[in-house]
Design a protein around this ligand. Structure first.
Ligand SMILES: [Zn+2]
Length: 202
């Protein structure tokens, strides 16, 4: 794009600042140094994108609880139906917030949470633009991969398998998404949480 327009590519910081500005949402008063222990898990994309298996989110939720954080599952009311089949896999400490928020309410929930984990979805980019620690999970397929759609926030990490995604993969069941283990996601998120808290204290 920058070649086409013959303009220099803006710095990532200014892209981020503009993304927040263009969203029209006022994050000015959000307290980013909050001490929330909530880690928002956003498992679904209404089938629009590659999804990480719900049972992996459940495993991740157990790791989150073990370290003293609280998993919060976010999404729409229709996601609640799919989630219901897997809810028993999640630790009892999990807060299920599916369908509970308006769009702006969900933005606020993201702002109030400590971190977010999702596949390639809007909420991931919102959290990322807010500078929240976040992990995005991507499939190695041209046009949907992390090189094109990866979150660009200062405390975002995009995970993706190296091997190319097979045509047999579908949005709801992708072997390449399954290849990314919950422990790896948790490790990546912990690194972002640590980096964010260090950058706040300096
Ligand atoms: Zn795949």
């Amino acid at each position: 794009m920058s070649k086409l327009l013959r303009l220099p590519c803006p710095a990532l910081d200014s892209i981020r600042a503009n993304a927040v500005l263009w969203s029209g949402i006022d994050f000015g008063l959000a307290d980013f140094s909050n001490s929330s222990k909530d880690i928002l898990l956003h498992p679904y994309s209404r089938g629009n994108g590659r999804e990480w298996p719900t049972e992996f989110f459940a495993e991740l939720a157990h790791l989150i609880v073990k370290e003293g954080w609280r998993p919060v599952v976010g999404g729409t009311a229709s996601d609640a139906q799919v989630f219901g089949l897997h809810q028993h896999l999640f630790p009892t400490e999990t807060l299920v917030a599916l369908g509970q928020d308006s769009l702006s309410g969900y933005m606020q929930r993201i702002a109030d949470s400590a971190a977010l984990v999702a596949s390639s979805t809007g909420p991931l980019h919102v959290a990322s633009a807010m500078g929240k620690p976040s992990v995005g999970i991507y499939a190695p397929k041209p046009r949907i991969d992390k090189h094109r759609w990866g979150a660009i926030g200062p405390h975002s990490c995009n995970l993706q398998q190296e091997a190319t995604c097979q045509t047999a993969c579908s949005n709801r069941d992708c072997l390449c998404m399954r290849a990314i283990q919950p422990a790896v996601v948790w490790q990546a998120l912990q690194a972002q949480l640590t980096a964010a808290s260090l950058s706040r204290s300096t």
